[in-house]
Design a protein around this ligand. Structure first.
Ligand SMILES: *Cc1c(COP(=O)(O)O)cnc(C)c1O
Length: 425
């Protein structure tokens, strides 16, 4: 496997947070800055015309135009890759931009994609758009690798799953799927938005690509949008039919991301701005601290709510009753901050949410503040009752993204609201 790491950190045995904190300082050349400078230049001018030609012909790593790269986004790219112990990444304006650019540049009409049945709503909607472009999509339960194996066809190119599904918290059989992908030359893509490289590394799970929304816990403060595609450097693209001739040059492990960069980022243009990159680089400094706290808050709440007489089911991988409890322990450092619950019949989720002054009614995840919403009436409203049933979403389900508030305040808030809740016939 090629080693093309572009981070300049020489000390790989350092811990996760130490590496993040010192990354920018080590990447910037010669100046004493601790944060990468925010470069707002769209164009890059060269003294000699030959130098400009070198940039265009790939003989130099300098910048051509800010739609493709800037010094600021390059620095964050290597930081994002570092959080995944991976050689390289590519940044986009949003998580959906990373996901859609990857699919539209590596798949074409006639190809087949196998996707998890349990997906972020907008991803599900985007995959349905792909069907309109002539790409076949099969939705299967990726918790069960045999369902993936049975879906593989001659024209299958890619398998896509989320590390921890929202709102049901299902966890796929990563190693089983990776084995199937490797034996059929399929690209294994995981969306690690809810977990990030702190909770699990895509490379260790056998994924070739990791898609991430940086908008969620990666940045964590709800003040910037961003997305990334991380290349774990483990796929030999000479086995992949959809690589254009222009990109079939040099090390074949680099071809895939190169094509997404040129055909996706350059030609489709969903670029992350330098201002946004700079905010994300600051937000991620505390990711380990934030996730430790939000996940321990979620674990404490899950345990308390599971015992409450007005709660039917709590969905959180820390609970022994969770169908993938053992898998979570094997693959994840932490059980996650996403926790869903079904109230018992006769209790109204809206009344419950309105009784919690600390919990914000908002559609977002991985914020420092605790957020919640009634699933069937919001994020899964558009898909309709039948699709909700197929995904195992009850009409009473509440999704919570647990924040970093003081643990007792959160517990009091949830338990008081439940205690007050009245039964309706
Ligand atoms: C939010 C989210 C996305 C999309 O990210 P944006 O940055 O909001 O575009 C993709 N996947 C998952 C799992 C998400 O939660």
């Amino acid at each position: 496997m090629p080693n093309t790491t572009d981070t300049s950190n020489p000390i790989n045995q350092e811990g996760f947070t130490t590496q993040i904190l010192h990354h920018d300082r080590r990447s910037c050349d010669g100046l004493a800055e601790v944060h990468a400078p925010t470069c707002n230049s769209v164009l890059f001018g060269y003294e000699k015309t030959e130098d400009l030609c070198d940039v265009f012909q790939g003989r130099s790593n300098n910048h051509a135009y800010a739609r493709q790269s800037t010094p600021t986004t390059n620095t964050l790219q290597s930081l994002v890759a570092l959080t995944e112990d991976s050689p390289r990444s590519l940044l986009f304006s949003t998580g959906m931009a990373a996901l859609s650019s990857m699919c539209l540049t590596l798949l074409k009409a006639g190809d087949h994609l196998i996707a998890s049945r349990f997906l972020f709503g907008n991803t599900h909607s985007f995959f349905n758009s792909l069907i309109g472009y002539g790409i076949e999509v099969s939705f299967v339960d990726t918790c069960d690798a045999t369902q993936v194996a049975e879906a593989v066809k001659e024209n299958t190119r890619m398998v896509f799953t989320e590390t921890l599904a929202n709102p049901g918290t299902q966890i796929p059989d990563f190693k089983g799927i990776a084995k199937i992908c490797n034996s059929h030359n399929l690209v294994f893509v995981i969306d690690s938005t809810l977990t990030t490289g702190y909770v699990c590394k895509g490379k260790e799970l056998g994924a070739h690509f990791v898609v991430m929304s940086l908008t969620k816990a990666f940045n964590g403060h709800g003040n910037v949008l961003g997305g990334a595609l991380v290349d774990t450097g483990t796929y030999d693209w000479s086995n992949y039919p959809n690589i254009f001739e222009a990109y079939r040059k040099g090390d074949p492990y680099l071809w895939g991301l190169q094509q997404v960069k040129k055909k996706g980022l350059r030609d489709m243009g969903a670029t992350l701005s330098a201002e946004s990159a700079s905010r994300i680089a600051i937000g991620v400094e505390t990711i380990a601290l934030r996730l430790e706290r939000s996940c321990s808050n979620a674990t404490a709440l899950a345990a308390a709510l599971a015992k409450h007489p007005k709660v039917e089911t709590v969905y959180h991988p820390s609970l022994e009753s969770h169908p993938q409890f053992n898998r979570a322990k094997e693959y994840f450092r932490l059980p996650g901050y996403l926790m869903s619950l079904d109230l018992k019949a006769g209790y109204d989720p809206i009344e419950f949410l309105n009784a919690m002054p600390l919990v914000i009614n908002a559609t977002h995840l991985g914020d420092n503040r605790t957020l919640a919403l009634p699933v069937a009436k919001t994020i899964f409203h558009e898909m309709g009752f039948d699709n909700r049933q197929a995904q195992g979403i009850s009409e009473n389900m509440i999704r919570c993204s647990i924040g970093i508030e003081d643990p007792q305040d959160l517990l009091d808030c949830f338990i008081n609201a439940l205690d007050k809740l009245e039964h309706k016939e």
